[in-house]
Design a binder for this molecule. Structure first.
Ligand SMILES: [Cu+2]
Length: 825
């Protein structure tokens, strides 16, 4: 223990830091963090953010290995909060995950996080309640080792990278729940036909084949080849600074500077470079590695990369972190004198990525080679794709020195795809090594593990997503539908990740080190966050050497919230029945009153709700509504559709009033489905309920209806419904497809067929084929949720319906030219 006067000084430091006078703590023992609201202006607009000690990032916590730290987190928000110590091995109930490690700290409350530091390196902390992290709750942790590292440096700076939206994170999430493609139209890279044709024309013969394969794969898999990100951010931050006022630090010529890059992004993947110098990568996820000389690296959410940079010239060194979707970049600079002018415009952007491809089963021959050496990074070939490095011929723009451009075949056993259980016994044929990641050459300089310990259980994790309703899965199941994965203490587990989505998933395990099996045996690196790129197979082992329960998830905040997560629960972890178990709950509702907490390292019990029903993210109710209205001035006709889905991900209430039509002031067509809607898998939902038909019937009526809707390969939207009225079954089948021509211009083509088993004259139903309708709709994406369209639709009546038409003096065909707008809200 430190003598009392030391504690007082530390208290003062903490206080200064709380009022924003001190950037960095030098404290060892007691840290006070206050979570509160803060008005920020990153984009020219003042909005509310969440801050720790009124700072974004929060204060850097600087400790020494072996220290016992108490971190008092005071909650000045109007909602609950928690803070997680990312990468630190702490007792389970100090880990700060709401719903898994603890109940939220109530407004006005404090939680006393206490643990002993058994590690050193670069880490960070962030909120682990809802999506609070995205709104500014994160900061760096630096833990000094007991003995200095093997490498030398003169200066040391955390570089906290993050991303910012003026839209509150919960609203971003609600927008993604309306459509996973909500923000897609804002991205510079669009999988349009024109873009494909252009890149096809510019490509080498081999590149041409790959581009055709990519287009075909996209159509068959129903996934975009530019699905790099889900959210269009408004600002990209380096140490909390937008690029209108970049972060700088002054260094001297001759210095070696340690930059500790921390991936505090909600969901952005950054490509990082420092033009004019190379970097020595010395530490990944807190652990020293055998140093690698690199020109660039990719940082995904949750990771930390420490690099050394030698300052050899009297000039600014620009730190450039470009968002992988090319939407923007974060900047900073090391300057060698205080008045140095930094011209950020001199930095060349990274080469534009080509279309993403992955070697999916049944699409053999893709992705295993690349003959293009196109330095300009046009879409010819596969180089310069984020994370796909072992498939690509690395140009020196990318991870030079870290990836060898090997042509190893991807092992894509779709293990777990049809398996609702996450746990499998160990089959002999499982892949034993990681392929297709950016980590292939990362080696620990010291022994990290005994590779001969037998693997007792294998957990297959197939990562995928359903963009339409924005649900992210592990083994086809979101967190809230899965049971905790039971972990037997003392066993060694293997996790085999496969990624069948088009996005990267940085997978983060709390409370344990993952041994990345990248072929170096006892020197395989230890990591807390491992990016699994599309098409990769990642093999990690971990030893069940903790207790309690732990969160495991994709560190993309929106993937995590929408299901790509699990709870790992030790099998000997049971609800406490002891009458005094509340003594182990270190929540106190009295701000400023630190309580003494027993050392929690041996906790095996907790409040029953936390143990019986742990959940990092519960499912929420969402609403997605769509309205369109088109006018045909020549025929004095208005036609529109209203469709709304309300409820939880799998079970919703659907209101669907499709193609209601008014002509010359008279309602010609109006009916509404009031359906229960149930998602059955990644692409399909079934539905059923009641339909109220007002027109064209002579007398309005109710009828029962059932249906199925979803997406066929080649992005064919499908909606089939069967209704029953007066002994006649009617089938209504609609197929449509949207083709993206340019960045914002699309063409929808559609066909609709109506048939019935029996004529019901008063209801305008004829036996046999009633009607065919053909639609062509060019439209322009004005805003993420607004489209302007013109639609030509032509319908033709057949058979018995034509008799009804003529008896009513109506024509048996109609043609409309509509001008309209649609909005998703
Ligand atoms: Cu993810």
């Amino acid at each position: 223990m430190y003598p009392l006067h030391r504690l007082k000084i530390l208290g003062l430091t903490a206080l200064l830091s709380m009022i924003g006078l001190s950037q960095a703590f030098a404290a060892n023992d007691i840290v006070n963090l206050t979570v509160g609201y803060k008005t920020v202006n990153f984009t020219g607009k003042e909005v509310q953010a969440l801050a720790i000690n009124d700072q974004i990032p929060g204060p850097t916590l600087h400790f020494k290995e072996g220290d016992t730290v108490t971190i008092n987190v005071y909650n000045h928000l109007k909602e609950g909060t928690t803070i997680h110590w990312h990468g630190l091995i702490v007792p389970w109930n100090m880990d700060g995950v709401e719903g898994v490690s603890q109940e939220p700290i109530p407004p006005g409350g404090v939680y006393h996080y206490q643990f002993t530091l058994k590690q050193s390196g670069t880490y960070w902390y962030h909120a682990h309640t809802g999506l609070q992290e995205q709104e500014g709750m994160y900061g760096a942790i630096i833990i000094d080792p007991p003995t200095p590292p093997a490498y030398h440096y003169d200066e040391d700076y955390p570089i906290v990278l993050s991303d910012w939206s003026d839209t509150p994170a919960d609203q971003i999430y609600a927008n993604l729940k309306k459509s996973g493609d909500y923000y897609t139209s804002k991205f510079p890279l669009q999988p349009s036909l024109v873009q494909f044709i252009k890149s096809y024309q510019a490509a080498t013969p081999q590149g041409k084949k790959e581009i055709l394969d990519a287009y075909k794969m996209m159509q068959q898999s129903r996934m975009s080849v530019y699905d790099i990100s889900d959210v269009a951010y408004d600002a990209f931050l380096l140490n909390g600074k937008p690029n209108s006022s970049p972060w700088t630090a002054q260094v001297k010529v001759g210095d070696v500077v340690r930059l500790r890059f921390i991936g505090a992004m909600g969901s952005t993947i950054y490509h990082v470079k420092i033009p004019g110098t190379t970097m020595q990568l010395v530490n990944v996820d807190g652990h020293d590695i055998v140093p690698l000389t690199i020109n660039t690296f990719d940082l995904t959410p949750g990771e930390t990369y420490d690099v050394l940079v030698k300052i050899t010239q009297d000039q600014p060194y620009i730190i450039y972190a470009e968002s992988a979707n090319t939407l923007g970049a974060a900047y900073g600079a090391l300057i060698t004198n205080p008045n140095q002018k930094v011209d950020y415009a001199t930095v060349k952007p990274f080469p534009t990525p080509g279309p993403m491809m992955m070697s999916m089963p049944g699409m053999a021959g893709m992705g295993s080679s690349n003959t293009s050496s196109n330095e300009s990074g046009s879409m010819a070939g596969m180089n310069n794709m984020p994370g796909m490095s072992d498939m690509a011929n690395m140009s020196d723009h990318r991870m030079a020195g870290m990836d060898m451009g090997s042509t190893k075949e991807q092992n894509n056993s779709m293990t777990g795809m049809d398996n609702m259980s996450d746990m499998n016994s160990m089959p002999a044929s499982e892949p034993a090594e990681t392929t297709g990641t950016k980590y292939q050459d990362i080696v620990s300089p010291v022994v990290t593990n005994d590779p001969n310990v037998p693997i007792q259980e294998v957990i297959n994790m197939e990562l995928s997503g359903y963009m339409d309703r924005y649900i992210w899965f592990i083994n086809g199941v979101p967190e809230y539908k899965a049971k905790p994965i039971l972990i037997e203490p003392g066993k060694r587990y293997r996790i085999i990740f496969t990624n069948n989505s088009m996005m990267d998933h940085p997978m983060h395990l709390h409370g344990h080190w993952m041994i990345l099996r990248n072929g170096h045996g006892a020197y395989d690196p230890l990591m807390h966050t491992i990016d699994v790129p599309p098409g990769a197979t990642v093999v990690v082992d971990f030893d069940a050497d903790a207790s309690g329960q732990w969160y495991f998830h994709c560190h993309n905040a929106f993937h995590m919230a929408s299901g790509m997560a699990r709870v790992f629960q030790y099998s000997n972890f049971v609800p406490s029945t002891a009458p005094d178990h509340h003594a182990m709950q270190p929540i106190s509702a009295m701000p400023g009153m630190p309580t003494t907490t027993t050392s929690p390292t041996t906790y095996t019990a907790a409040d029953a709700p936390l143990v019986n029903d742990p959940a990092g993210h519960k499912q929420h109710l969402f609403e997605s509504s769509y309205f369109e209205l088109g006018l045909d001035p020549l025929n004095s006709t208005q036609e529109g559709t209203f469709k709304s889905l309300m409820g939880y991900d799998y079970n919703k209430f659907e209101i669907n009033s499709e193609d209601f039509e008014m002509s010359k002031g008279t309602v010609e067509d109006a009916n509404v489905d009031l359906f229960y809607w149930h998602l059955i898998n990644q692409f399909w939902a079934i539905k059923g309920g009641a339909n109220y038909t007002y027109r064209p019937a002579q007398t309005p009526y109710w009828q029962p209806g059932i249906g199925i809707e979803g997406l066929l390969p080649y992005f064919i939207d499908t909606d089939a419904r069967i209704y029953m009225h007066d002994g006649s079954y009617q089938l209504n089948l609609e197929l449509s497809r949207d083709t993206q021509i340019t960045d914002k211009f699309f063409i929808r083509t559609g066909i609709q067929a109506i048939m019935a088993t029996k004529t019901v004259t008063q209801a305008n139903i004829g036996s046999g084929l009633n009607q065919m309708q053909y639609i062509i709709r060019p439209y322009y994406q004005l805003m993420p949720n607004v489209q302007l369209y013109t639609e030509f639709n032509y319908s033709y009546d057949y058979g018995a319906l034509t008799n009804i038409d003529s008896s009513e003096g109506q024509s048996n065909h109609s043609a409309l030219l509509l001008f309209g707008a649609s909005v998703l809200f």
